[in-house]
Write a protein that binds this ligand. Structure first.
Ligand SMILES: [Zn+2]
Length: 169
């Protein structure tokens, strides 16, 4: 059980990744796996709609590539199924009699129902996750050493306005 180690960089900066596999730490031999995410904000859970897309190619060896891709797919499907389930359940509980506030109450209830999923994501983080905000991208690594190296590689390039931020560790 471990929290991810987070490194925040300006969105405009193309990040440099350590020249080794994200999954096992061995030389990646030129292989990469694309990680992408869309920008989120306070409006995301309300409108169920995310913004523009950011994608990065991360060094990954041939052996880890299918494993990491599968892990990401399974996590995404599980989270999506939970989110849809929570939204449907919330809409059932909060009926039309709630009036114009129905959407807000249902969204709040859905978030509450999703708390266990969020806890699972927090305690068992994936190899890498991107959180895209309007001006920055937070790279959340499961491997703390890899994250520190990533932070070092990009620290000088990010400029003083965007000091890297570390998550709980
Ligand atoms: Zn590997």
């Amino acid at each position: 059980m471990a929290f991810s180690t987070d490194v925040r960089l300006p969105r405009a900066l193309a990040p440099v990744f350590p020249d080794r596999c994200l999954g096992c730490g061995r030389p990646s031999q030129g292989g990469t796996l694309e990680f992408a995410s869309r920008s989120i904000g306070w409006w995301t859970p309300v409108l169920m709609k995310a913004g523009s897309r950011v994608s990065v190619a991360v060094p990954v060896c041939a052996a880890c590539r299918p494993r990491l891709a599968r892990q990401r797919r399974v996590r995404f499907l599980a989270a999506a199924a939970c989110a849809v389930g929570a939204a449907l359940a919330a809409m059932q509980v909060v009926g039309p009699e709630a009036g114009p506030a129905r959407r807000w109450i249902a969204a709040g209830l859905a978030l509450l129902l999703l708390a266990p999923v969020v806890a699972w994501q927090t305690w068992f983080p994936p190899a890498l996750e991107l959180t895209v905000m309007s001006g920055s991208v937070t790279y959340e690594f499961a491997d703390r050493d890899y994250a520190r190296e990533f932070e070092r590689l990009n620290a000088g390039r990010a400029g003083p306005a965007a000091a890297p931020e570390r998550g709980p560790s």
